[in-house]
Design a protein around this ligand. Structure first.
Ligand code: PGA
Length: 261
């Protein structure tokens, strides 16, 4: 098992006061019960980044800062958008690329996902490439081919050093925000396909996370049986105790899998 990574995707929730509060709660819980084997990232809305960065810096909690999206251009006439340089300056070290909500509602094409991935990883930032099928694709039995095609498209043209800054989040769209997580065997099947595709493209060691109604209750089986390297957490990341419980479960799972080796 790779070192686990758990990312809280706060989506369009929490103003900066609420974000600071949640961040403080998370740091307190993790200080009291550390999870030394897990990399933890929080990805607040853009307008909260500065405040959350200050809390993380002051608390020295070892939690990294993520952004939910970035514009592919460096600067200029892109009203309402945010650039990589702006994010890096705020201490952001992780960026989600191609979340299904961006793809579905904000016209993020496969081409744009690939271009954004290349621009994020060309600098010193880490990217979380989000992939996943909708229910119709799964019902048609085409989910493995669909996700492999998403990966091929996004990863084409990625230079060797940039590949080390990529991790993948498998997020079946039908599981996001529905309370209906994929089963461990569904996740295991998909993880196998994703890792095969990554290995063929020179990203054999990349971490592959699961996202979609992940909770502290299903996390252990999704890691130990589903072989996820961690989670991209939406709803359960908005409460400190449920988020930290997932982090702690990953820490325990890592210890279990280390003992098995
Ligand atoms: P969820 O969201 O955990 O609320 O299902 C996951 C995501 O969209 O990243």
């Amino acid at each position: 098992m790779n070192r686990p990574l758990v990312i809280g995707n706060w989506k369009m929730n929490l103003d900066f006061v609420e974000a600071v509060h949640l961040c403080q709660q998370i740091t307190v819980l993790l200080k009291n019960q550390p999870a030394p084997h897990v990399d933890v990232v929080v990805a607040p809305p853009f307008v909260d980044l500065r405040s959350v960065a200050s809390v993380l810096e002051a608390e020295r909690a070892g939690i990294a800062l993520g952004a939910q999206h970035v514009n592919v251009h460096e600067a200029g006439a892109h009203t309402g958008e945010v650039s990589l340089g702006m994010l890096a300056r705020l201490g952001v070290s992780w960026v989600l690329v191609g979340h299904s909500e961006r793809r579905a509602h904000y016209a993020m094409s496969e081409e744009l996902v690939g271009a954004t991935l290349r621009s994020v990883t060309r600098g010193s930032l880490n990217a979380v490439l989000c992939v996943g099928e909708d229910e119709a694709v799964r019902d048609a039995g085409e989910h493995l081919d669909y996700v492999r095609a998403q990966l091929r498209s996004a990863l084409s043209g990625l230079e060797a050093p940039a590949r080390e800054r990529v991790c993948v989040a498998y997020e079946p769209i039908w599981a996001i925000g529905t309370g209906r997580s994929a089963s461990a065997s569904q996740v295991a099947e998909m993880m196998g396909a994703i890792r095969d595709e990554l290995a063929e493209r020179g990203l054999g060691g990349a971490r592959v996370l699961y996202g979609g109604s992940a909770t502290a209750d299903n996390a252990a089986s999704l890691v130990l049986e589903g072989s996820a390297d961690g989670f991209l957490v939406g709803g359960a990341s908005l409460k400190a105790d449920s988020f930290v419980a997932i982090v702690r479960t990953c820490d325990d799972c890592y210890a279990v899998s280390a003992n098995r080796r």
